[in-house]
Design a protein around this ligand. Structure first.
Ligand code: COA
Length: 428
């Protein structure tokens, strides 16, 4: 097969190289197009644009495949834990026992945040959205580590460890602030997930032991969210990192991008939508019709995906976990029944079939978070905790790539052509 593509423009023809990935994905490399022809490509929302080569995560949206460093998500969900998966994403291979212990103990050593950071929380109102707090505190932390010694690689590595270690603490403090309870320090004798649950739910007045079911399901949810190649927040992280900004800054930007309702904010919106359906007597068909109507602007939250056009493999795993967890915790949640009914109604509707809209990762995750006692406005924070190693792996990959340039898309200008400056007193 030819390894070049021929592009015929009205005034010229140009040969462009074809790049092939390890899974056979093909791309036309247009990086020299403007230089050779004066043309650029236009692809709003990057629907068709590959922004980088990456060896971290592979997705086949048509077949519903998701693999981290080649390992299927189903296998990791069953056999790995969150920190091991984080190592896999960040360092490109599964750790051996010594490497895993070293990685885990490094993270344990950095779980606390500077005492002065606690005062930042005083400035927020009790109903401040925890994603806003998360982003602000992560960004503020960069000011605590601005004169780090070492090579850029060493500083980058330490920052990544600190972020993984501290984000659960920062998130749990945001929750404690919202409920008016004292902050609970991390306890480094606990594992990553137990520690987070303890910082969320223990009180100085009461002993807390995390339910092993919750620890297990939290591990699972974090693994499922850990990376998803060039999604909106990860692309944002890469974009900011490409400017040479600190990893604190790029992760802050990632958190902000994740907060949007079309991205990480969808899990909160799903529960709000299910609650609304419940309050109206459980009429799911009405919502299916609303989602189909162009006038209503309403979308079925937790449905559809830019990449998955068959099924979202994470949603399959989460749906099974949801049933299992609720049963083991002896919780019966009417929202789960509504969710299943809604899914069934949508999946047999021609609109959803033709547009290839399936439940995504957010559709059932909120129901599990609810059962765990996580408040709805903290669901996206949970997504951020899970996505962090993916963001870090991408920031690391980009920083280590010697060919990295600052990301800077072009545009087609459609504004006024050369215009005159009219003095104020002469303007109509
Ligand atoms: N409910 C109803 N219609 C939907 C839909 C939904 N959840 N998701 C997509 N569609 C429709 C769009 O209106 C569009 O219709 P059109 O072709 O008639 O204009 C078509 O399906 C294609 O969707 P589009 O929005 O162009 O796809 P996208 O790739 O840009 O967006 C999402 C993907 C995820 C942003 C989109 O499916 C969505 O908004 N879903 C709900 C939010 C959500 O769950 N986000 C979490 C993602 S993990």
């Amino acid at each position: 097969m030819a390894n070049t593509a021929e592009l015929k423009l009205s005034d010229q023809t140009v040969q462009l190289p074809i790049v092939e990935g390890s899974e056979g994905e093909k791309a036309v490399d247009i990086s020299t197009l403007r230089q050779k022809t004066g043309y650029i490509t236009l692809d709003p929302a990057y629907v068709n644009t590959g922004a980088c080569n990456s060896a971290i995560t592979f997705i086949d949206g048509e077949k519903g495949i998701l693999r981290y460093r080649g390992i299927p998500i189903e296998v990791l969900a069953e056999r790995s834990n969150f920190l091991e998966t984080s190592y896999l994403l960040m360092y490109g291979k599964l750790p051996n026992a010594v490497e895993l212990e070293k990685f885990t103990s490094r993270i344990r050593r950095h779980t606390m945040v500077h005492e002065d950071i606690k005062r930042f929380y005083d400035g927020f109102s009790r109903d401040a959205h925890p994603m806003a707090i998360l982003a602000s505190v992560v960004c503020s932390l960069s000011a605590f580590y601005q004169n780090e010694k070492g090579t850029p690689e060493e500083v980058g590595e330490l920052t990544r460890i600190r972020l993984l270690a501290k984000l659960p603490t920062i998130a749990a403090y945001a929750y404690k602030k919202s409920v008016g309870q004292p902050f609970i320090y991390p306890d480094n004798n606990r594992n990553y997930c137990e520690n987070f649950l303890a910082m969320m739910f223990s009180l100085p007045a009461e002993k807390y032991e995390a339910d092993p079911v919750l620890v297990e399901v939290l591990n699972l949810l974090l693994i499922l969210h850990a990376d998803h190649e060039q999604n909106c927040s990860t692309s944002t992280v890469r974009m900011v990192q490409s400017s040479g900004a600190t990893t604190w800054a790029s992760i802050t930007a990632g958190i902000c991008a994740l907060s949007g309702p079309l991205h990480g904010g969808a899990n909160q919106e799903v529960i709000e939508m299910l609650e609304q359906i419940q309050n109206e007597g459980g009429k799911v068909q009405k919502y299916v019709e609303m989602a189909k109507s162009k006038e209503s602007k309403f979308k079925l939250m937790g449905f559809g995906h830019r990449v998955y056009k068959n099924f979202d493999p994470r949603a399959k795993i989460i749906k099974i976990a949801c049933d299992k967890v609720l049963k083991r915790m002896n919780v019966s949640d009417p929202l789960l029944d509504i969710a299943k009914e809604l899914e069934e109604a949508a999946l047999k509707d021609s609109y959803f079939i033709e547009k290839k809209l399936y439940p995504n990762v957010d559709f059932y995750s909120g129901i599990i978070y609810r059962a765990m006692g996580i408040p709805v406005n903290t669901f996206t924070v949970m997504f951020a905790l899970g996505r962090l190693p993916g963001w870090l792996a991408h920031a690391k990959e980009l920083s280590e790539d010697k060919s990295t340039k600052i990301s800077r898309p072009r545009q087609i200008y459609v504004g006024p052509t050369l215009a005159e400056y009219i003095p104020l007193n002469e303007r109509k």
